[in-house]
Ligand binder design. Structure first.
Ligand SMILES: CC(C)(COP(=O)(O)OP(=O)(O)OC[C@H]1O[C@@H](n2cnc3c(N)ncnc32)[C@H](O)[C@@H]1OP(=O)(O)O)[C@@H](O)C(=O)NCCC(=O)NCCS
Length: 170
C-alpha cells in the first residue's frame, strides 16, 4: 500500500483525482480542509466542534503505521478533498473501526463509497475481517454509506449514536 499511488479511475467517475496513503506532510493539507468544511461535517466526523483544528489532532490523523492504523487521502491537485481510515485497537486483531470524511463540495458524488471499498480491500490484506463504525444516529449519509459499503451484520441504534458492524469479503 505504501508504494501504491494511483488514479481513482476505472469504474469511479473521478479520473483526475489521486488516492494514496496519508503522509506526515499532509498535516497542512488537512488543516486547509478543515477551513473548507461545514460545522456540520466537522461535528459528524469528530462528534465535537473546534474553532481551529487542534495540531495534536492533525498529527494523530496523519500518524499511521500501516499495521494498526491505515488512512487514505484523495487529492484534487495539491488539495486534499477526502480521507478515510481504519484503526484496530490492541487485542482486536481481526476488527478495525473506520472513519470517513469527504469535503462538503465533494459529498454525495460516490467518493465516500469508493474510499470505503478501497480501504476494505487494503484491510483484508492486513488480516482484518470486520469493520465497525460509529456515527451520529441522524447522520443519514454515513448510515447509508455503511449500508451500501458492507451489508452490515449488526446495526445498534444507541440513542444519539449508531454502531455498525460489517464483515469484509475475504
Ligand atoms: C458520510 C460521508 C463520508 C459520505 O460520503 P459521500 O462521498 O458523500 O458518500 P457517497 O456519495 O459515496 O454516498 C454513499 C451513500 O450515502 C448517501 N448519501 C450521501 N450523501 C447523503 C446525504 N446528504 N443525505 C442522505 N444520503 C446521502 C448516498 O446516496 C449513498 O447511498 P446510496 O448508495 O444508498 O444512494 C460524507 O457525507 C461526510 O464526510 N460527512 C461528514 C463526516 C461524516 O459524517 N463521516 C462519517 C462518520 S465517521
Amino acid at each position: 500500500l505504501t508504494e501504491r499511488r494511483h488514479d481513482v479511475n476505472g469504474r469511479e467517475p473521478f479520473p483526475h483525482l489521486v488516492v494514496r496513503p496519508i503522509e506526515a506532510g499532509d498535516e497542512e493539507r488537512l488543516r486547509r480542509v478543515f477551513h473548507r468544511l461545514s460545522r456540520e461535517s466537522i461535528h459528524r466526523r469528530f462528534f465535537t466542534l473546534f474553532p481551529e483544528p487542534p495540531t495534536a489532532l492533525l498529527h494523530q490523523l496523519t500518524a499511521v503505521d500501516h499495521d494498526q492504523r491505515e488512512a487514505l487521502v484523495v487529492l484534487d491537485g495539491d488539495e486534499l478533498v477526502a480521507t478515510a481510515s481504519w484503526d484496530r485497537p490492541a487485542g482486536t486483531a481481526g476488527e478495525a473501526e473506520i472513519a470517513v470524511l469527504v469535503e462538503d463540495s465533494w459529498q454525495h458524488r460516490g467518493l465516500g463509497r469508493a474510499l470505503v471499498r478501497m480501504l476494505g480491500r487494503e484491510a483484508v490484506q492486513h488480516g482484518i475481517t470486520v469493520f465497525t463504525a460509529t456515527t451520529l444516529s441522524d447522520n443519514r449519509a454515513a448510515i447509508r454509506l455503511g449500508l451500501a459499503a458492507g451489508r452490515p451484520s449488526r446495526v445498534d441504534f444507541d440513542g444519539p449514536e449508531t454502531h455498525m458492524t460489517f464483515p469484509l469479503a475475504g
